[in-house]
Design a protein around this ligand. Structure first.
Ligand code: ADP
Ligand code: MG
Length: 271
């Protein structure tokens, strides 16, 4: 209630809009509260009837609510940076199956509890695509969480030390899509590899995983240690999997080379 409303309230009966504002706040309908006056004027001008006015108001509230929920989901997903499908240049990485990426962005693989494996050298856009797919899933209302493989394993080891591993694994189970980025850069300890196996094993047929790696399958043992554990992990991960392979040149390298080429002639002039 602002100052003039308060003064009105003393001298005259409370105007209905004051009450309405109050109720809308109580009912937690901020978009309707913000828009009902301007939309009323607009609807009056357009001679829209009451149900049309109400429909438009409710639609705004619903859209805003969905947008806010998506923002919350994106925040909860802890993406290291935000990358979208729009900014991915498929012509720069022709080995990536664009049709499959677009299909995956539709999110049905999450309903079917299928996994996605992105395999390729460093700089070929694996993390970019994993994040873009994660963002698309957030927009579809999915609970998503991004981890680098190393950070996930470190966290799990810490939780185990704190005797809170069970709780953390339960939290992971409530997610619908878990992204494990950059498997293969750092070999895990025996305990670390076993915990990663635990995550993959619990996710099997329950939670979709997107895993990015620079490693071909035959080298996974080098990172996970045990051959038996690697076999069991790959078995679960690849039972229902979509594989995206990027075998082109590094986008970072290409970018750096282009920048260098642009700089070089200028440098030569000065010399
Ligand atoms: P990877 O995870 O395979 O090592 P990244 O996804 O981290 O590679 O890509 C490295 C950088 O290059 C990121 O900034 C990413 O956005 C960008 N990048 C890679 N490939 C492409 C592409 N095809 N189109 C646009 N940007 C790309
Ligand atoms: Mg990466």
């Amino acid at each position: 209630m602002n100052k003039s409303d308060a003064m009105d309230a003393k001298s005259a009966p409370t105007p209905p809009t004051v009450l309405l504002d109050h109720y809308l706040k109580q009912l937690k309908l901020p978009s309707i509260l913000r828009e009902y006056k301007s939309l009323a004027a607009q609807c009056a001008q357009e001679r829209a009837d009451y149900p049309a006015y109400l429909l438009r108001l409710v639609e705004r509230e619903l859209l805003d609510r969905e947008r806010r929920a998506a923002e919350r989901r994106i925040k909860a997903a802890c993406f290291p940076v935000l990358k979208t499908m729009d900014t991915f240049d498929f012509t720069a990485q022709p080995s990536i199956n664009q049709a499959l990426v677009r299909q995956l962005a539709g999110g049905e693989f999450i309903d079917r509890k299928e996994n996605v494996l992105l395999i390729g050298n460093s700089g070929t856009g694996k993390s970019h695509l994993a994040i873009a797919l994660g963002l698309a899933a957030c927009a579809l209302g999915r609970r998503v969480r991004f981890f680098s493989a190393a950070a996930l394993v470190t966290t799990l080891l810490e939780r185990r030390e704190e005797r809170a591993l069970g709780r953390t694994l339960k939290t992971l189970e409530r997610l619908e899509l878990v992204i494990i980025d950059e498997l293969g850069y750092i070999p895990f300890s025996k305990a670390g590899a076993e915990l990663l196996f635990e995550v993959v094993s619990r996710a099997y047929e329950r939670t979709s995983l997107i895993v990015t790696t620079n490693l071909p399958f035959e080298s996974w043992t080098e990172v996970l240690g045990s051959e038996r554990l690697t076999g069991a992990l790959l078995d679960r991960l690849t039972h229902r999997v979509h594989i995206l392979e990027a075998n082109g040149e590094s986008y970072r390298l290409r970018d750096a080379r282009k920048r260098l080429a642009r700089r070089r002639p200028a440098k030569n002039e000065n010399e």
